[in-house]
Design a protein around this ligand. Structure first.
Ligand code: AMP
Length: 307
């Protein structure tokens, strides 16, 4: 069992009320892969430019992530995102997005990456998500994230991509925007009508809500007193969620369980990884995170949400 993650591999310049960083390692695929690597084997897929150094690869490699499907485009520039947050850090303001090497990227997955049982199409242009999906036809669980940029510029492709996955993980505001429906429960149901049977609405510090054909579940964000940079929290949530499901299937001899009880546990793993991600800028906290810290916060979350 393994998880393939395709999405942006980026340099992020970020300003929050608690500091600023220029050109840190980031991107949807990077944050997701780092989080998932605590639970399962991960292949990360995406292009980078000549400006992407060995020290950036080492952050992924250092967590045991398979980096052989990262394509280095000679002379190209790595995807770049600049954003900032106000005191309410639930909303990211995008100041600049440069697709750079994604402009004419044609994904070609390695055998190992295309044979993965679980696939995450992290946030990137939806036609690219579809190309990766087509190459991972064996995946038994395929999930997708997206954002307002793609809803507003490539809506038809996004709807087609959603029709090809089992699970959608998106911000609640973007689920509402895509569905054209202000009520979240109704919006989630209408996303399910496009194909997926699992919808997770991420709600920033307020947590995340799970919709399945038979149920509903929600977890609050883990209460933190120090949040420095929320960039990548959603991707870290997805990494914890999908990494847990894939790793659990590996322990169960390849039997992938997606019942409501298992999905609730996956929500807890997503919540814990997202909470660590926001404690420091970029990938700084998760790259030095220990498995024992994951376990202790899972236990705390469990006792906190029991009633
Ligand atoms: P989030 O988990 O929503 O905070 O995602 C933040 C990450 O998404 C950052 O590391 C960015 O590099 C990346 N990102 C921002 N805009 C885009 C985009 N249009 N396509 C792909 N990735 C993006």
């Amino acid at each position: 069992m393994s998880l393939t993650v395709a999405g942006s591999i980026a340099f992020d310049s970020v300003r929050t009320p608690f500091g600023e960083r220029e050109r840190m390692l980031g991107g949807s695929a990077v944050h997701c892969s780092l989080a998932a690597s605590f639970f399962t084997d991960v292949h990360v897929v995406g292009p980078v430019g000549s400006d992407f150094g060995d020290e950036h690869i080492a952050v992924l490699d250092g967590r045991g992530i398979d980096v052989s499907a990262i394509e280095r485009i000679a002379g190209g520039q790595t995807f770049f995102w600049r954003g900032h947050y106000e005191y309410d850090m639930n909303v990211a303001h995008t100041d600049d997005t440069r697709l750079n090497v994604f402009g004419d990227f044609e994904p070609k997955l390695s055998n190992a990456a295309s044979e993965a049982d679980t696939l995450f199409l992290a946030n990137i242009q939806p036609d690219l998500q579809r190309q990766v999906r087509a190459q991972c036809s064996a995946a038994r669980l395929a999930a997708l994230d997206s954002m307002n940029l793609w809803i507003e510029t490539t809506r038809d492709s996004l709807v087609a991509a959603i029709g090809e996955v089992d699970c959608v993980l998106m911000n609640d505001a973007e689920i509402r925007e895509l569905a054209g429906q202000p009520n979240l429960a109704r919006a989630a149901r209408s996303i399910m009508e496009l194909g997926p049977r699992i919808v997770v609405a991420k709600q920033g510090e307020y947590g995340a809500a799970l919709f399945t054909p038979s149920g509903y579940f929600a977890l609050p964000g883990f209460p933190l007193e120090d949040v420095r940079d929320p960039t990548g929290a959603g991707d870290s949530f997805a990494g914890g969620f999908l990494g847990y499901l894939d790793g659990r299937a590996e322990r169960d001899g390849g039997h992938l369980v997606l019942d409501d009880a298992t999905l609730r546990r996956a929500m807890a793993h997503g919540t814990v990884l997202a909470s660590y991600n926001v404690e420091d800028f970029g990938t700084e906290r998760v790259s030095r995170l220990k498995r024992s810290e994951v376990e202790s916060r899972l236990a705390e979350l469990r006792s906190m949400t029991e009633f």
